[in-house]
Design a protein around this ligand. Structure first.
Ligand SMILES: [Fe+2]
Ligand SMILES: [Fe+2]
Length: 270
């Protein structure tokens, strides 16, 4: 049996998130022997978007490929990176947005002779950006993918707020995508499972960032916003315990089926 292990991390939030990965990834790699590591980088540079320096840092930490979300366009330094020919082979942003926005929504990688297609989509419920239906966007990608022989392994990062939307989407693509996971809420869910037609699913991977926080941000700066200071800036904190949330999916390449889904949740001192 030929096996492939794919390791995914949710939204990496700021410097402490990057440091946490740099510290713990060697340990996790030793434990899970991933053939590919992927992280969501929409919050990589001080919580908003990405920069060349922060991307190089996370590559150095050992992450191979990158998905993202609506925050990714907020740092102007990240725009040329999203459009860069070399970066965009391994860095994507949601596909179902205004096509004029920088970047691409799908990447194709080859690992152990197996083609892996990663699609980044964004939900429509409670997300502060106009998007078209992620369900129909997947259908459009699927037209092309389903005609391929041999079939690639298909992974979807659905960057979305609503648990219902993510769960409905996963069931809609059950038997077509090999794995669907959610990102964006920064809170991990404990529901990793294999759906009836074989698609692996987890509603949200959770973040890599400050543990004693409100979704990765200094907690008092967040509390203020709920006490009337709605424009108060989210602040970041660079030290303290950090949590690392992710998922390892092991596939049998002979049958293209899932062998196991293992959640990662570790707290490390930074
Ligand atoms: Fe995020
Ligand atoms: Fe997000």
């Amino acid at each position: 049996m030929q096996q492939i292990n794919l390791m995914f991390f949710g939204d990496v939030v700021g410097k402490i998130g990057r440091k946490a990965l740099a510290k713990q990834l060697p340990v996790l790699k030793e434990q899970f022997k991933p053939d590919l590591t992927v992280a969501n980088v929409e919050n990589l540079a001080h919580g908003r978007g990405l920069t060349e320096t922060t991307m190089k840092e996370i590559v150095e930490a050992g992450i191979d490929a990158f998905t993202s979300g609506h925050h990714v366009w907020e740092n102007p330094q990240g725009i040329p990176i999203l459009n860069d020919e070399n970066w965009s082979k391994k860095l994507i942003r949601p596909a179902n947005v205004d096509p004029k926005l920088a970047g691409q929504g799908i990447m194709r990688l080859k690992i152990k002779g197996q083609e892996i297609v990663i699609i980044n989509l964004q939900g429509q419920l409670f997300v502060p950006q106009e998007t078209s239906s992620p369900f129909l966007a997947f259908d459009r990608f699927w037209q092309e993918i389903s005609a391929q022989n041999p079939k690639p392994l298909v992974v979807v990062d659905l960057h979305a707020e609503a648990t219902s939307e993510k769960m409905a989407f996963a069931n809609y693509v059950d038997g077509r995508a090999n794995l669907v996971f959610g990102t964006h809420t920064h809170v991990p869910t404990a529901d990793a499972k294999i759906l009836p037609k074989g698609t692996g699913y987890c509603t949200d991977l959770g973040m890599v960032g400050l543990h004693d926080s409100v979704i990765g941000f200094e907690k008092n700066s967040s509390i203020k916003r709920f006490l009337g200071e709605t424009q108060s800036a989210y602040e970041l904190q660079n030290n303290g315990p950090a949590e690392i949330n992710g998922l390892v999916a092991a596939f049998n390449l002979d049958t293209m089926s899932i062998i196991s889904l293992t959640k990662i949740r570790e707290i490390v001192d930074i």
